[in-house]
Write a protein that binds this ligand. Sequence first.
Ligand code: ADP
Ligand code: MG
Length: 299
Amino acid sequence: MSASPAIRVIRQTHFAGLTPAARGKVRDIYDLGDKLLIVATDRLSAFDVVLPTPIPDKGRVLTQLSLFWFNLLKDVIPNHVLSATDFPAPFDKHREALEGRSMVVRKTKPLPIECVARGYVSGSGWKDYRTTGEICGVALPAGLRESDRLPDPIFTPATKAASGHDENISFEQAAALIGKELAEKVRAVTLEIYRRAASYAEPRGIILADTKFEFGLLNNQLLWIDEALTPDSSRFWPAAEYNPGGPQPSFDKQFVRDYLERIRWPKTPPGPELPPEVVDATRAKYREAFRILAGRELD
Ligand SMILES: Nc1ncnc2c1ncn2[C@@H]1O[C@H](COP(=O)(O)OP(=O)(O)O)[C@@H](O)[C@H]1O
Ligand SMILES: [Mg+2]
């Protein structure tokens, strides 16, 4: 057996003389003029705090899974991907660090809303439903339990808060921000992507409870940007363990959340280091999500 090459774990990119335009919670973004280089690092955030310990393979899973979905669903809407293999100079010198986790994309003007589709009542949707009987102004049947499936998937937009705590808004509020016509268009596209992805995932044993998309405009064309249907942007539930009436185990972050609860971390920065067994188990879940959905092993 040949030894496997050392896996490269990157918590933050550092390329001499090159400054990222932004470092998000997970991605480092380099401005290439009319393009962006988006590098998914191995950072993991929990309860909106980025933890100090990176998860090996996480960045590659996010990028490879996004590429998989962008390609699978390109007939629904065009996306921002230009290349995941060719990095323009001077980034070509850093191919080893970038490969597998990075994509060159068209730079767009991102819409100022998060486009969320929900097929199940969970998270902030459950919170809103419990207090108002609605989510984002969408009236729902009475008597739903936490994690119940909705009669039909719904569009529940949110504002993009810089702090990370997005706020749910109604369709009318979204329309006031981006215009009615565009709001109707992104609602239709969001629901169509959700339906297609959920019916792809479910027979493979993963319930896609909800997911968040971003869209951007380029020369009046609407493009699907950012990431696509990853464990970070979506609630994946193991279908075999689905048991409505309470919260469901998260496919990917359950070990991390359980650990953080166990040590009674107050959920305020700084986040604690994760022990190796939590890192390993989490890494395995990200890889498993990729394997199940993309239908192949992450190479
Ligand atoms: N094609 C694109 N054009 C412009 N901005 C983009 C594009 N794709 C992604 N972005 C932006 O890049 C950032 C991705 O980095 P990420 O680490 O996910 O940030 P965040 O912490 O805000 O989620 C987001 O702010 C997203 O809006
Ligand atoms: Mg993001």
